[in-house]
Design a protein around this ligand. Structure first.
Ligand code: ASP
Length: 356
C-alpha cells in the first residue's frame, strides 16, 4: 500500500537520533578527509524538513561517530533513546554510518523486545552537503515511513533499514555495495517496501507482533563472540587457537555453500572440544543467498554430532548480535543454542530438508 496521505492523517511525531556517519560528515579543508559533524549542519542542508508535515525532534551523539567506531555500548545508547522516548513519539529514525549499519539494525531488533513502533535506520553514501547526495532522499523517506499509520497503528512496527529504493528488515540486511547508492540488500527476505514514485509497503511481509505488550529494552550485550570464516587450508593450530581464546562464548562459523566444511578428523575433534566446554558454535553460510542444511553432506552430520548448530539462512551480522544479546541476557549455553535455532523476531527462516 502507499504511505497514508499526511494531509488526511493526524501529524505524527518522530524522534531523529543522529549517531554520525557519512550523511552528516563535512570535508576537512586541510586534509580533504571526511569528518562527522553536528545535526544542525545536517538540517541546514535539508530545508524540506520544515515541510515534511510531521513533527520531529532530535537527539545527537556527542561526538557523532563513524560507524566503524560503533559497538555494543552505542547500541545500548540508541536502544535507551528509543525506550526513554517510546511513549512520546510515533516513530524513530536513526541516522547512522553505512559500514556497520546492518550490525546495529540487527542488534536493535533483539534489544527492543516487543517493539511495536517503527525504528528506521538510514544514512547515505554521499554527505548531505554534497551535490547529488542520497542523504536527503533517504532521510525524508525514512521520516515518511516512520510516520506511516493505518487505523492509528504503525504500518511498519519493526527495526528496518531504509536506503535508496528499498525498506528492508534490519536483521536480514547486509551492506552489499561500497560505491553505489543501493548499498543494502536482504538476500533471503523480500523488501518490506519499494520506494519509487509511491512508497509501496508490502504489509504481508512486515513483522506484526501478535499482541501489543510493553516494550522491554535490553542493554547488556556480551562481546565474547567471534566470527570464524573457514578457509580452504585452515590449519589445526589456527582453528584451535581461535577456539581457545579466553572467555570465548559464541562463534559464528561461516562455512561453504549449504554449511559444508573440511571433514578431517582433527577439524571435527577441535570443534567438539570447544562445544564440550560450552562454547556455542552456529553454522552459517559464506554465500549471500540460501540456507545451511546440515543433513546433506557427511561433514554436516559430523558437525551436528560435534554439537554445532544450524543457523539456516541467518546473516552473520544477525547471528553475531543475536548471540551477544542472548549471552548478555544471561542465558546458559544450552538456552542460547535453543534460541539460536528459532526465529525470535523474523531474523531467519527454518528450512528443514529432512526430519532432524
Ligand atoms: N565510514 C562511514 C560510516 O560507516 C561510511 C558511511 O556512512 O557510509 O560511518
Amino acid at each position: 500500500m502507499a504511505a497514508p496521505d499526511k494531509t488526511t492523517e493526524e501529524k505524527a511525531s518522530i524522534l531523529i537520533i543522529y549517531t554520525g556517519g557519512t550523511i552528516g560528515m563535512v570535508e576537512d579543508p586541510k586534509t580533504g578527509s571526511l569528518e562527522p559533524f553536528n545535526f544542525e549542519h545536517l538540517v541546514d542542508h535539508v530545508p524540506e524538513l520544515k515541510d515534511v508535515g510531521h513533527l520531529y525532534s532530535s537527539i545527537q551523539f556527542d561526538p557523532p561517530l563513524d560507524s566503524s567506531q560503533v559497538g555494543p555500548e552505542d547500541w545500548a545508547k540508541m536502544a535507551k533513546a528509543v525506550a526513554d522516548n517510546y511513549d512520546k513519539y510515533d516513530g524513530f529514525v536513526i541516522l547512522h554510518g553505512t559500514d556497520t549499519m546492518a550490525y546495529t539494525a540487527s542488534a536493535l531488533s533483539f534489544m527492543l523486545e516487543n517493539l511495536n513502533k517503527p525504528v528506521i535506520v538510514t544514512g547515505s553514501q554521499l554527505p548531505i552537503g554534497r551535490f547529488r547526495t542520497d542523504g536527503k532522499e533517504n532521510l525524508i523517506t525514512s521520516i515518511e515511513i516512520a510516520a506511516a499509520k493505518k487505523n492509528n497503528i504503525a504500518v511498519v512496527p519493526e527495526v528496518c533499514i531504509c536506503f535508496q529504493e528499498y525498506l528492508l528488515r534490519g536483521n536480514r540486511c547486509k551492506k552489499e555495495n561500497a560505491d553505489y547508492f543501493q548499498a543494502f540488500e536482504t538476500f533471503n527476505y523480500p523488501p518490506l517496501a519499494h520506494i519509487g514514485v509511491e512508497i509501496e509497503i508490502d504489509e504481508d511481509v512486515v513483522y506484526k507482533p501478535e499482541t501489543v505488550k510493553p516494550l522491554i529494552p535490553h542493554y547488556a550485550m556480551d562481546p565474547n563472540v567471534i566470527v570464524l570464516k573457514i578457509l580452504p587450508g585452515i590449519s589445526p593450530a589456527i582453528l584451535k587457537g581461535m577456539l581457545s581464546i579466553p572467555g570465548l562464548k559464541g562463534v559464528v562459523m561461516e562455512t561453504f555453500g549449504v554449511g559444508n566444511a573440511p571433514s578431517f578428523d582433527w577439524f571435527i575433534e577441535i570443534l567438539k572440544e570447544a562445544t564440550s566446554k560450552g562454547i556455542v558454535i552456529v553454522n552459517v553460510t559464506q554465500c549471500m543467498i540460501g540456507s545451511v542444511a546440515m543433513d546433506i553432506y557427511d561433514t554436516g552430520e559430523a558437525m551436528l554430532d560435534a554439537g554445532i548448530i544450524c543457523g539456516y539462512d541467518i546473516t552473520t551480522e544477525s547471528a553475531a548480535t543475536k548471540m551477544m544479546y542472548l549471552f548478555g541476557a544471561g542465558f546458559s549455553s544450552d538456552k542460547v543454542k535453543e534460541y539460536m535455532q528459532c526465529s525470535l523476531i523474523g531474523e531467519m527462516t527454518i528450512h528443514k530438508t529432512t526430519e532432524n
